[in-house]
Write a protein that binds this ligand. Structure first.
Ligand code: HEM
Length: 324
């Protein structure tokens, strides 16, 4: 069973990125195995508020935790440098993506997770996110409209035959963006709409889409005409007193290549130079890539090895042991 990747858009979220200290692998692996139980314990008291937690594992930690060969497309986030804008790569062993209709549930689950990991991890980044009015980001635009739904969403995020040992898993890329809201608000609304590619109030897509709009940059179509989709659940965050206003981008996909192609088009541009104008008002300050195993793998990694043996023969049904 996949983790809770596909949810209705969250009202509140916490994004927690940590590094696992050397020697703390057993503690981390045990916490991951208990995470579903912890989430149930916190969330069951308010089931209508739909607490969920997805955990992603970074490539360098994978080799420390599990003996099974890494998932096919797991690698460190690849930073990008365009002529004007840069997407930095920042380290992260584990990503916890906590979502609910209320922040206190996320907060309590994060507290319980960190209690279990006390002394064993270093917190690298921690962001409390919220939805701003009707599903908007802090640029004031409705964010998430073109997310696929139903079967299309499942297909977009779920690993299938391309990596049978990890079928049911997913990949996730996160980036924390800070906005220059003064510069953004100085822009007339009609111009803001040309930056995003949709109308601000009605959320209707522009018919005369500029080539450097955000929607144009992130619309990926294969040569055979198939659109490649991802599932996002971006959240607004900020500290007005410190002048900090941001969007925490989170994108799930069956292969990171789709998101990487979007990032290439945003930061470098196709053709190069045609960068996404949203970046003239938004600076990426983090960037990490994680693999999202199935719930079964997390609970019992020692019995959930890959179906293919290192020699290439099919090992379906055989038990593989992790380094416990
Ligand atoms: C500053 C950060 C970002 C903000 C504020 C933002 C905001 C938005 C908004 C307002 C839309 C239009 C409505 C919608 O369909 O959701 C949108 C669309 C989209 N964004 Fe972003 N976004 C950000 C970063 C990213 C990144 C980094 C990616 C991927 C690498 C991405 C991928 C997409 C995709 C795939 C769409 C749908 C395009 C379509 O098919 O129409 N976004 N975004």
């Amino acid at each position: 069973m996949s983790q809770d990747v596909l949810r209705e858009p969250a009202k509140a979220a916490i994004f927690l990125v940590v590094d696992v200290r050397p020697g703390s692998e057993d503690t981390a692996r045990a916490l991951l195995a208990d995470l579903a139980g912890l989430t149930r314990a916190v969330g069951f008291r308010a089931p209508e508020d739909q607490l969920s937690c997805v955990v992603g594992i970074g490539s360098s930690l994978w080799r420390r935790l599990y003996q099974a060969p890494p998932p096919r497309d797991l690698h460190p986030f690849r930073g990008l440098s365009g002529a004007r804008h840069t997407a930095p790569a920042t380290h992260g062993d584990l990503l916890f993506h906590l979502r609910s209709r209320r922040l206190d549930l996320c907060f309590e689950l994060e507290r319980q997770v960190l209690r279990r990991l006390a002394g064993h991890v270093q917190v690298l980044d921690e962001v409390q996110g919220f939805k701003y009015f009707d599903e908007r980001d802090l640029l004031g635009f409705v964010d998430g409209t073109e997310n696929p739904e139903g079967r299309a969403a499942t297909a977009a995020v779920t690993i299938g035959d391309q990596d049978p040992a990890y079928a049911g898993g997913s990949y996730v890329i996160v980036q924390k963006y800070l906005h220059d809201l003064d510069a953004w608000q100085a822009l007339p609304v009609a111009e803001q709409e040309r930056v995003i590619g949709r109308q601000k109030l009605s959320d209707i897509e522009l018919t005369d889409q500029p080539a450097n709009s955000h929607v144009a940059a992130t619309t990926i179509v294969d040569p055979d005409g198939t659109e490649r989709q991802i599932v996002r659940d971006n959240m607004a965050f900020g500290t007005p007193g410190a002048g900090e206003f941001g969007t925490y981008f989170i994108g799930y996909a069956a292969t990171p290549a789709v998101i990487e192609r979007m990032l290439q088009r945003m930061f470098v541009g196709e053709p190069p130079g045609n960068h996404d104008r949203i970046l003239d008002f938004s600076t990426a300050v983090t960037g990490s890539l994680f693999f999202v195993p199935t719930a079964e793998f997390l609970e019992a990694p020692s019995t959930r090895g890959p179906a293919t043996s290192p020699d290439g023969s099919l090992g379906i049904g055989s038990l593989r042991r992790s380094r416990t």
